[in-house]
Design a protein around this ligand. Structure first.
Ligand code: DQQ
Length: 514
């Protein structure tokens, strides 16, 4: 039996040395020594998340083909096993019985020399075709669509010898890109939506159909960024010239389309009629700019669960020095909100990670002062805070603060401007990291309390506000005592109704102690 830790060690050695470059004997020993060093570096890294899914080492970006299969959640993701930078993409693979605890599995897809994916296996999806798990993904370069199947329960993948299954964009179309297929079943056909766009016209999703996943016919666009929906004079490409990673699915009595516009992650809820999607309501899946390329799945409970890539907010050099880059978000259960918007909440399974609990009740929050709460804080926490904002202009939480406040991050609901922000101006004394505020529109209703559910995990912050807005951010405090927690108000006083704090248990050997 190979233990999880042994597997990770072997796997990281392979990652470090290059998959095909691990010879026997001396080089193997050198590889293991390098691995040992890398493991020590990762284990002692205070910026490395502890309860979020991430590869054993090196680079990850988009989630790919999340699928619930025979009682387990499978997650694939864009992964460079050879370094903490985006190159020669593979599909990493992990499996979980409960959405929370993960086991790494061998890499699912790697580029085939001389093949249509020789320069990378880019993003895609997973479906089950007559009982056979099947991946449909983009091979590069040029961007073509490929297929691979697994006959042994998702452990190994055999690429279709006739790849690519779609070799070019539709005839005569000068696209800005042609990638990230999303496939679903409709009656006796497969439908495929693919991310694309046209220069000067904007992003679009193209629609194909097939009887067998191999022979595909182009139908028409499913949805596109339309000039007529924009304010007069606004550039039609303001919603992006290329829509990446389309995710299209039914949600309650609507359909949802999520696209990554090389900037924001935009969701649309609307009607799917005659194989065209007409948006009726649009919003941002995340108010920050650290969350990207999400993909969803349905589990056995029928829940629609969305996963995103949380990218780094520090320099390439810092990522290189760390030996890892990129984190998978926590899962978000999607529902149709009472206001017609997309509602997002973490699944209850996350609560399995909760450890020590502390609670504070009914505290006046006075403007101007930023006191730290005594005896609470940390860098691996789940925090629930409910505020009665009163007549305050702004109210919020201060996290990861040093006792002297030289490092601190503010999570602020600005009532006057209707914004939810993570202010990172003083998050770190390091010069190598992103600063400034991240966030976007978030208005509290009259008499509505502010309910913040915040997940702190080393350099990751994920915020769910009143179950209808999410904000993901990255911070890299440099001081060991940047652990303090406080509440604050501006303008006028507010009241903290309650504050619950749980220490979260690590899920992975990211920070090995021996
Ligand atoms: N990343 C993938 C592409 C996708 C982009 C390559 C989005 O397939 O369009 O790693 O982050």
């Amino acid at each position: 039996m190979v233990s999880r830790r042994d597997f990770l060690n072997l796997s990281a050695a392979t990652l470090l040395a290059g998959r095909n470059a691990l010879p026997r004997g001396t080089s193997m020993r050198v590889g293991l020594m390098k691995n040992e060093l890398l493991q020590r570096r990762l284990a002692g890294d205070p910026q490395r998340p502890q309860y979020h899914l991430m590869p054993p080492a090196n680079w990850m970006n988009d989630p790919n083909g999340p699928i619930f299969w025979k009682g387990q959640y499978h997650m694939f993701y864009q992964h460079n096993p050879n370094g903490p930078f985006p190159e020669s993409m593979n599909w990493g693979h992990a499996v979980s019985p409960d959405l929370v605890h993960w086991k790494h599995l061998p890499i699912a897809l790697s580029p085939t020399p001389g093949g249509p994916d020789k320069d990378g296996c880019w993003s895609g999806c997973a479906v089950v075709d007559r009982g056979v798990p099947t991946l449909i993904y983009t091979g590069v370069f040029p961007q073509v669509q490929c297929l691979a199947r697994s006959e042994d329960g998702l452990m190994t993948w055999r690429k279709f010898t006739g790849n690519p299954v779609i070799a070019t964009p539709p005839q005569g179309m000068e696209t800005t890109g042609f990638r990230d297929p999303c496939v679903w079943r409709e009656a006796d056909e497969w439908l495929l939506a693919i991310g694309s766009g046209i220069k000067g016209q904007g992003g679009m999703v193209l629609l194909y159909r097939s009887k067998d996943l191999i022979q595909w016919d182009y139908l028409h666009f499913l949805c596109k960024g339309r000039k007529e929906e924009l304010p007069p004079g606004e550039d039609p490409v303001s919603t992006g010239e290329m829509w990446e990673c389309p995710d299209f699915f039914p949600l309650a009595d609507k359909h949802a389309l999520i696209v990554s516009t090389q900037g924001a992650v935009v969701y649309s809820l609307g009607a799917y009629v005659n194989r065209y999607f007409r948006p009726e309501h649009q919003g941002k899946a995340d108010l920050g700019d650290s969350y990207y390329a999400p993909r969803s799945m349905v589990d056995e409970k029928g829940r629609r669960i969305l996963w995103g890539w949380i990218r780094e907010g520090r320099s390439d050099a810092a990522q290189h020095a760390a030996g890892w880059a990129g984190v998978m978000s926590l899962p978000r259960v999607l529902t149709l909100g009472p206001d017609g918007a997309l509602a997002m909440a973490p699944p209850p399974e996350i609560e399995a990670l909760r450890g020590k609990h502390q609670r504070v009740e009914s505290l006046p929050v006075l403007p101007g002062s930023f006191p730290l709460l005594k005896g609470v804080g940390g860098d691996g926490l789940e925090i629930h805070a409910e505020f009665e904002p009163g007549t305050s202009e702004a109210v919020g939480l201060m996290v990861r603060s040093t006792p002297d406040g030289k490092e601190q991050t503010l999570i602020t609901c600005h009532r006057s401007s209707g914004q939810l922000l993570v202010d990172r101006e003083r998050s770190s004394l390091s010069q190598d990291v992103g600063r400034g505020a991240q966030g976007g529109p978030f208005a509290l209703g009259e008499d509505e309390t502010l309910k913040l559910r915040v997940f702190l995990d080393a350099s990751v912050i994920e915020i769910f506000a009143n179950d209808r807005a999410c904000l993901t951010s990255r911070i890299y405090p440099s001081q060991a005592d940047s652990l303090g927690l406080g509440v604050f108000a501006r303008g006028n006083k507010a009241r903290l109704k309650s504050l619950d704090i749980w220490e979260m248990r690590p899920i992975s050997p990211n920070r090995l102690t021996t």
